[in-house]
Write a protein that binds this ligand. Sequence first.
Ligand code: TXA
Ligand code: MG
Length: 344
Amino acid sequence: MENKTIDTKILTTSDADIEIAAKIIRGGGLAAFPTETVYGLGASAYDADAAKKIYAAKGRPSDNPLIVHVASAKGIEDAAREIPESARVVIERFMPGPITVILKKKDVIPDTVTAGLDTVAVRCPDNETARRLIEKAGVPIAAPSANLSGKPSPTKAEHVINDMNGRIDAIIDGGSCRVGVESTIVDLSSERPVILRPGGVTYEDLKNAGVDVEIDKHILETFDGNEAPKCPGMKYKHYAPNAEVIVVEGEKDAVKRKIKELISENKGKTVGVLTMFDADYDDAVMLAAGATNKEYAKNLFSALRDFDKLGAEIVFAEFCERDAYALAVRNRLYKAAAQRVIHV
Ligand code: TXA
Ligand code: MG
């Protein structure tokens, strides 16, 4: 059967529009909404059929679980059956904010949401529109990032419209996302807290708050092999623009020299450069990543989509470690580049 196209409503952040989106979610439909990290594709976290629609709309593998979004730290108890002391510290200190905690799940959360796992990912976003929506919906909202599976996460409503128009019931336009990369995921369901995905709450932030956390060793790798990743999302292809992406990592002068060389080796191709330094390359379309890693995080996904629009066939991404966001940016950049990284 042919895929039926849905008439997707584009909504504002007005009370009346948020009520429309809340009603859609209560009724088992799908509404995309802004958060401080990236846009989410929401459905009632209590509704297994609605969760199935999320996987279908995204083309997402059904073994990759969703994050349950709550309006306040208190709401975590609606999804998790056990909150250990380490989790209390994280919740108290960093929520609302760009962090997700993995906890033992309550039975009310259907297996479709957690892809059959005994744990659930819960997050309280630091975005007023997101929290108003969850409150009005009256249920926790299960939401992955609102992109087609494999594409960069959306950081503007237009990105969601490009990927999801005709596939979901509504999209709330809340402008650009402040952080730009997805939330930090911390597994607090076993003995020692582990960062499964780096994000806006950094390793240093967690350490400084007294959380004895370690970083999963797979964060900067591609997943192959037969080992089961702790975070199912780790093993999937991610953030892939049409262009081939190559990261050139190091200090300014060496990076510039290398990229100039690479550009001349790729004559005849439409070359893009994502720049951290105010570099000037001939024969390339340039987009600014920003001078800090924090700015880079905010700009990265949007830039990857813009390179597609500009028809780039190969993109060289300048990268240099500058601040605590370096791990979050590297993680996304290396995935977008399928681990093609040149250190200079
Ligand atoms: O910032 C964010 O987290 C955004 C916004 C919308 O909140 N959401 C987001 O969702 O990035 P998504 O689905 O793109 O990524 C969720 C990640 C996946 O890698 C998934 O494997 C992992 O969370 N995950 C979900 N539940 C899990 C669980 N119980 N244990 C381990 N990993 C889990
Ligand atoms: Mg995603």
